[in-house]
Design a protein around this ligand. Structure first.
Ligand code: C2E
Ligand code: MG
Ligand code: MG
Ligand code: MG
Length: 287
């Protein structure tokens, strides 16, 4: 009986696996078509310099406007794209689109583009970046590339060479989601970062002593290494104030603005300035 039960459990498991695999395959086919049909879009979320009371740039966040399912989250489709290799074409598209759109913005605004570690596994990433810069005419100093800690576990000689190439070109490099991966403080001076983004899981719990101690340590270290710290996922005035009191003045989060479509960015900037004038300090975003 136990054997029979085991067998049926296994069958059930097999069916589940099949269903999941098929769903992935289906999404892969859809995603390939999505890129060709122009269903991918970049939304933008500002990062704010609270000390200077200005928006200093926008991070490009990919959106998939699916014809029947509505918006599909990047958390769902990026892993599929990474697995089937589509991430290379999608990544090149994101670089080209983000640089092209940013070239239309006021010149004091930067644009930040997320890179998957998978994009570093194939030669051609540096060419993609170069092509995006040349085609758009965007000053390289206005482009920031975001990588995560998992990248640093890959073949480090080639990763370092690629990152150094970006830096030599004048492009900035941010470490995204800092503190969630295999954080090694040694990474911070072995790789040419100019920004660290403290993961939102720390910001969300900044009231807790442990999170605050970690944030404080990261800020102290970054200052010594001349790296700018950005607090991610700021949702409340309390979180903003706590970061400021720790000496972190660059921030991003729903408190300031959610990611918005490219054609709404002028409005985002206007609203930001208006909230300043009214409040003499920043009120939460109500959009
Ligand atoms: P990320 O780069 O760390 O981006 C931050 C994520 O947190 C975004 O989710 C953003 O919408 C969300 N967020 C920002 N502020 C807040 C806040 O105050 N509260 C909360 N709860 N969330 C906030 P999104 O847009 O769903 O993107 C998820 C992840 O997908 C990104 O994390 C990034 O790793 C990846 N991703 C997005 N676009 C791209 C892309 O073009 N290429 C690659 N390779 N990855 C991308
Ligand atoms: Mg990011
Ligand atoms: Mg992040
Ligand atoms: Mg993230």
């Amino acid at each position: 009986r136990a054997k029979a039960e085991g067998r049926s459990t296994w069958r059930f498991f097999e069916r589940e696996m099949d269903a999941e695999l098929q769903a992935r395959r289906a999404m892969e086919i859809d995603l390939r078509a999505a890129l060709d049909r122009g269903e991918l879009e970049l939304f933008y979320q500002p990062f704010v310099d609270v000390a200077r009371q200005r928006m200093s740039g926008f991070e490009a966040l990919m959106r998939w406007r699916h014809p029947t399912k509505g918006f599909v989250s990047p958390a769902e489709f990026i892993p599929v794209a990474e697995e089937c290799g589509l991430i290379h074409a999608m990544g090149a598209w994101a670089l080209e689109t983000a640089c092209g759109q940013a070239a239309e913005w006021p010149e004091d605004l930067a644009v930040s583009v997320n890179l998957s570690p998978v994009q570093f596994k194939k030669p051609g990433l540096a060419d993609d970046v170069e092509r995006a810069l040349v085609a758009s005419g965007l000053a390289p100093q206005r482009l920031q590339l975001e990588v995560t800690e998992s990248l640093l576990l890959q073949d480090s000689a080639s990763v370092i060479a690629t990152l150094n190439g970006f830096r030599d070109r004048g492009v900035g490099i941010s470490m995204d989601d800092f503190g969630t991966g295999y954080s090694s403080l040694g990474y911070l001076n072995r790789f040419p970062f100019d920004k660290i983004k403290i993961d939102q899981s720390f910001v969300r719990t900044i009231e807790a002593n442990e999170s605050r101690a970690i944030i404080r340590a990261v800020i102290g270290l970054s200052r010594a290494l001349d790296i700018t710290v950005i607090g991610e996922g700021v949702e409340t005035r309390e979180q903003r104030d706590a970061l400021v009191s720790e000496g972190c003045t660059e921030m991003q989060g729903y408190y300031f603005s959610k990611p918005r479509p490219a054609n709404e960015l002028a409005q985002v900037l206007i609203e930001f300035e208006r909230r300043h004038e009214v409040a003499g300090g920043l009120e939460p975003d109500r959009a």
